[in-house]
Design a protein around this ligand. Sequence first.
Ligand SMILES: C[S@@+](CC[C@H](N)C(=O)[O-])C[C@H]1O[C@@H](n2cnc3c(N)ncnc32)[C@H](O)[C@@H]1O
Length: 200
Amino acid sequence: MNAQQRQRIVAKHRDSLTRHGYHPNALYWSSREIQETRFRVLAEIGIESADSVLDVGCGFGDFKRWSEAQGRAVDFTGIDLSPDLIREALEQHPDARLLCGALEDFNFEPESFDWAILSGALNEQLHDDAAYAHEVIASMFALCRNGLAFNLLDARSFKAHDLQSHLPQEMLSWCRDICTDCSLRDDYLENDFTVYMRKT
Ligand SMILES: C[S@@+](CC[C@H](N)C(=O)[O-])C[C@H]1O[C@@H](n2cnc3c(N)ncnc32)[C@H](O)[C@@H]1O
């Protein structure tokens, strides 16, 4: 991702935070329910209480609060490109590990986390034939001990010029080149799919 693309994402979220404040709309989710449906499907990979979780593009760190509300508090690390969202996330979760940047800005040790998750953070249109998405997914796979779960917009039902959607089978096939145990979920929202990549 180049500097201009990063700046666009940061500016977009600065503007949405000014307009909506601490609300899922500031993250471009249409409702809390839609956001939490995605969380539920990600967690169904098998995330349990006390597991360590890296959330790439964590926004306000809402996955942490949602997990706690489900009775499964996790050891949460969130990273996000937007300094404005991270500032608000720290207000919401003063005790959490919340870091500003993209994954390639950090030097986490391989297999530092039980799980890695990503919800909505690869939806920006980068016009790169999915190269950045592949880079992030491969890095997340290296960083987790148990597996990773990520969601993307589904190109079979969703197309918008400023957002990136993907064909589920194409993405699954790419994931299978680096992980033998991959599966697809496309049973929860019309425009979205989730891939699970398990190591164990
Ligand atoms: C749709 S929001 C979802 C936020 C959060 N995952 C949630 O579901 O509540 C996407 C988030 O990804 C962040 N983001 C976009 N591209 C990113 C990147 N390359 N690295 C880190 N964060 C990124 C944005 O700043 C934004 O907070």
